[in-house]
Design a protein around this ligand. Sequence first.
Ligand SMILES: O=C(O)c1cccc(C(=O)CC[C@H]2O[C@@H](n3cnc4c(=O)[nH]cnc43)[C@H](O)[C@@H]2O)c1
Length: 208
Amino acid sequence: MKILIVAATEFEIAESIPFLQEYQVDYLITGVGMTATAFALGQRLAKESYDLLVNVGIAGTLDPSRSLGDLVRVTKDQIYQFGAEDKGNFVSIETLGFGHSSFHAVLPETQLPPVYTQLDAVEGISVNKVHGSEQSISELNQTLSPQTIESMEGAAFFYCATQANVPAIQVRSISNFVEPRNTKNWNIPYALSKLNHWFREFILQHRS
Ligand SMILES: O=C(O)c1cccc(C(=O)CC[C@H]2O[C@@H](n3cnc4c(=O)[nH]cnc43)[C@H](O)[C@@H]2O)c1
């Protein structure tokens, strides 16, 4: 099975690049955000065929019961607030009739290994602006499930995979809580160490 590992930045998968080269697993660095992700992945999928796309990265969580470094599988991801404002109300892109905002993981026909299936399944939102104020976070808490995670790429990744009809999964390691901005509370090195360990194990289990 031909796998493509997709990450926003090289930094996020740097410690595993020698491993990916040794096991001849392709990887793609897209750049941060939905636009960069869609362009880079769209270009790659126009040239190469894959059996499974794996989006890996870090994320914030709304869930106070989580620990930094927890790994989650994202089964559904939405482009957050994709639509229009109508005075005080939000009108979704679906209601406007211009498309979709939510996209899903699609599993391949062959069973994925326990290292994936045993992860907690959560929903994600993809944003252009990381939430970082009491007011905007309180709106999130009123409208989303408490387990929701936030990234800047996930929905674009699922969108591309859906358009290209390729199975795709997304796994994120929690680097921070979605809270009023304080990056001193983030633990990116620990989250990345857990993430890299996870996807190396995923590749090994998947091959055996
Ligand atoms: O503002 C800073 O100083 C800062 C320092 C390190 C990283 C950032 C990011 O915004 C990283 C964005 C990057 O990581 C993902 N990510 C991680 N946590 C979140 C989050 O709470 N909300 C949205 N995205 C997050 C994201 O997918 C990007 O790839 C800032």
